[in-house]
Design a protein around this ligand. Sequence first.
Ligand SMILES: *Cc1c(COP(=O)(O)O)cnc(C)c1O
Length: 388
Amino acid sequence: MHPLDGYSPCPSTDGLGVGLDEAADRILINDLARHARSTESVVQAAVERVLKRGWYVLGEEGESFERDFADYCGTTHCVGVANGTDAIELGLRALGVGTGSRVATVANAGFYTTTALLALGALPVFVDVNWDTKLMDLAQLRRVVDGERLDAIVVTHLFGLLHDMEAVLAIAARAGVPVFEDCAQAHGAVRDGRRAGGFGAAAAFSFYPTKNLGALGDGGAVVTGDADVATQLRRLRQYGWESKYQVGLGGGRNSRLDELQAAVLRAKLPFLDGWNRRRRDIATRYSQEITHPRVQCPPVHGEEFVAHLYVVVCDEREALRARLAGAGVATDVHYPVPDHRQRPLADLGLRQGLAATDDLAGSVVTLPCYPELSDAEVTRVISSINTW
Ligand SMILES: *Cc1c(COP(=O)(O)O)cnc(C)c1O
């Protein structure tokens, strides 16, 4: 077993600069420098392999990563693209979403799916979220499916919590529309023995550096069990080419995952489950040990949660954030402005029935939660809240 597997994130007590200055005592919302140190040897080997080969775009590293990642997700096809937003846009296009399509989605997930829908000329049909899970509310989805014409449903496994896909798929089947999964925060989450990305007609992943599986820059992928969808995606990501310089398909563009990123992602993939376990253990400690009456924690979850973000709810958000900032603990807000209130959509009148989405946008707070946090740091975050 590689030393990186499981519970050996870069310790904060190994003398690597910690304690040398005040900044080292601060707990960041994410610490990519620690992640880089803990993955240095495998990443360097991957980068050197690509440099020696001298082949940078669409080659054997990309193909190997696509095979490994499709296997990991339990799907048959994976197509690497330039980023997660492109993965949503091109993935939906391959499912037939285009100008005038109506697509059910949530408004609390950072505008990424909405960006993709607007680029496609499609209209988002916002469904409110469930207050407890912060995921698309199933009763609301049922109401929308029964009441409106829809062409697709996008389910976002927000914060790393894999939705109850069996229930979502049953509702979608009533309307006969495909379900697309946004797995950008849920790499490796498992429910009923199946991983995120293995339920829908297709699914998008992002490999932005802070994601549970992160590249050294931008990257993304679509996974699918449908060979025709995969073939279309391979065309869409490269100008619509059917073969070199032969454009067989409109709506294409340049959106490729390069060899360097693919090699790095492939080198990191074997450690993803260990990192997810560590994230979940931190989240479990938070949920069990944060006892402040004004801070609502998510419940303790099993493998269906990969703790991409640990988000609590607090009506006095600014006071809580100030308290933690004073204790040297960084926080963030995911996300402060719901999609229907962002400027490009503000005048479209898509605001009906989004009470939970609106309420949560004013009260969610994200705490540090990443594999490289030490136990002592987790304890400090907990006590800073409990003594507030
Ligand atoms: C990060 C993210 C995306 C977009 O990924 P990019 O690679 O940044 O384009 C999409 N959806 C969700 C839920 C995300 O967190």
